[in-house]
Ligand binder design. Structure first.
Ligand SMILES: Nc1ncnc2c1ncn2[C@@H]1O[C@H](COP(=O)(O)OP(=O)(O)OP(=O)(O)O)[C@@H](O)[C@H]1O
Ligand SMILES: [Mg+2]
Length: 411
């Protein structure tokens, strides 16, 4: 990768159910500069899990190749997203007594985090992130960085994100077969949050919903930290399947009809509005009431939202999401979906289109379907800058690197 400039160039790789996206970026003084992007459709993933290695590898190669060309750099390693079905997360807590003259040091922080993540994980799961919610030094809580503070006892309340090892290895194998190193694996919704959520939203409480092709991923932030994740194993493809089966269309025609003429709220469509239903096997297209299409889309979208609402209630955070919901992923482009969300969830819903602190190619990467790849590149750019060149180049022991990364996640 080109290291001519002052800050390292990094690549984010989002392997989705519908498409693989690569974004190349570099940290600037005020945010990140996007240098290039590549995207390729894929058949290799189903509902967030690799089902065809060769197809996934081919799509990774295509998207990385395109991004390399656009950015004019060679990509050797990537920050890859880990999503949905691979991930489970939970809150944890630990306390230690502060050594060293009662001044909290890096070592104390490392010790308390090590203890907080030291829960009985099944042998096939690995810790992906330890994200601090707060540190407590003696009786003072709400501390984000306790280093240098004086006290006898240090508590940490953290959110631990774990991933299924065999599935994660499959994903890493695809990246490897595409000729790339994995600099790091990152929870997709954590990366997406970097691209579309403001610090204020995370502080006040917000739900990030990534409504993709094969999955819906949810992440709840509160007091600036991630505190809950959830996942549904279906997304936009399910909506297209409904249209295909009710209107007796091939899936691809249903998908095209949905993206061109779909609406997730019947109320938003005029009664007399007609659209063309593609004819099958050379038959002529037929007109169909657009309200009928909206009826099918609304029914499924509402069902998905109701499931997510249940999950928000289950998390116990339903009264702590003052900033409402931010909707991203390709399905966020569906007309009427934010309004339907507001009706079902009873809170403000906005589109996660805006990419915060981004320079270069702003128009190209602004779509909600690219938020995860952009977020991965932003996350990577931040990590690479903090890590310094040796670590960025992959020197040193893997465990050590991972642990340093845990600390970088924190401060
Ligand atoms: N204009 C549009 N209107 C409605 N839906 C759209 C539009 N454009 C794309 N979609 C839908 O978005 C979905 C793809 O979203 P996205 O690109 O975020 O998925 P992905 O990241 O590849 O998959 P996942 O995150 O689920 O693994 C598809 O179901 C597609 O039909
Ligand atoms: Mg996605």
């Amino acid at each position: 990768m080109n290291q001519d400039q002052h800050t390292p160039v990094v690549a984010g790789l989002d392997i989705g159910s519908n498409k693989v996206v690569t974004v190349v970026a570099r940290k600037t003084g005020t945010g990140v500069e996007i240098l290039g992007m590549g995207t390729a459709p894929t058949d290799g993933m189903r509902r967030g899990v690799v089902v065809n290695v060769d197809a996934t590898v081919a799509s990774i190669r295509q998207s990385v190749g395109e991004a390399e060309k656009a950015a004019g750099v060679a990509i050797n390693s990537v920050y890859a997203g880990v999503s949905g079905p691979l991930v489970k997360s939970f809150n944890s807590h630990a306390a230690i007594s502060v050594k060293n003259e009662h001044e909290v040091t890096d070592a104390d922080v490392a010790r308390v985090l090590e203890r907080a993540k030291d829960v009985d994980l099944p042998h096939d799961r690995e810790t992906l992130h330890i994200l601090t919610q707060e540190f407590i030094v003696d009786d003072s809580g709400g501390i984000k960085d306790p280093r240098g503070m004086t006290g006898i006892r240090l508590d940490a309340r953290v959110h631990v994100v774990t991933a299924d090892m065999p599935s994660m290895k499959n994903l890493a194998r695809c990246v490897d077969k595409a000729g790339l190193d994995v600099t790091d694996l990152v929870l997709s919704s954590l990366a997406t949050s970097e691209a579309v959520l403001t610090p204020e939203e995370k502080e006040v409480g917000v739900v990030l919903l990534d409504f993709g092709g094969g999955t819906v991923e949810m992440a709840i932030f509160r007091d600036g930290s991630l505190c809950h994740t959830a996942f549904l194993p279906y997304g936009g493809a399910m909506v297209s399947s409904d249209l295909a089966s009710v209107l007796k269309l091939p899936f691809q025609d249903a998908e095209t009809l949905k993206t061109a003429s779909g609406c997730a709220m019947i109320q938003k469509v005029r009664r007399d509005e007609l659209v063309e239903l593609p004819g099958i096997g050379g038959r002529k297209p037929k007109p169909i009431r657009r309200q009928h299409i909206a009826e099918i889309i609304e029914a499924r979208s509402e069902e998905i939202f109701l499931r997510l609402k249940k999950e928000i209630m289950r998390s116990g955070l339903d009264d702590q999401i003052g900033a409402g919901i931010v909707l991203t992923g390709g399905c966020a482009l569906m007309e009427g979906l934010p309004e339907l969300g507001e009706r079902v969830f009873g809170v403000d819903v906005r589109l996660g289109l805006r990419s915060i602190g981004i320079e270069g190619m702003v128009e190209t990467v602004a779509g909600p379907a690219y938020a995860t790849a952009v977020g991965l590149a932003m996350y990577g750019a931040r990590m690479a800058e903090q890590a310094g060149p040796a670590e960025h180049d992959g020197e040193g022991d893997g465990m050590f690197r991972r642990f340093t990364r845990f600390l970088q996640d924190l401060f």
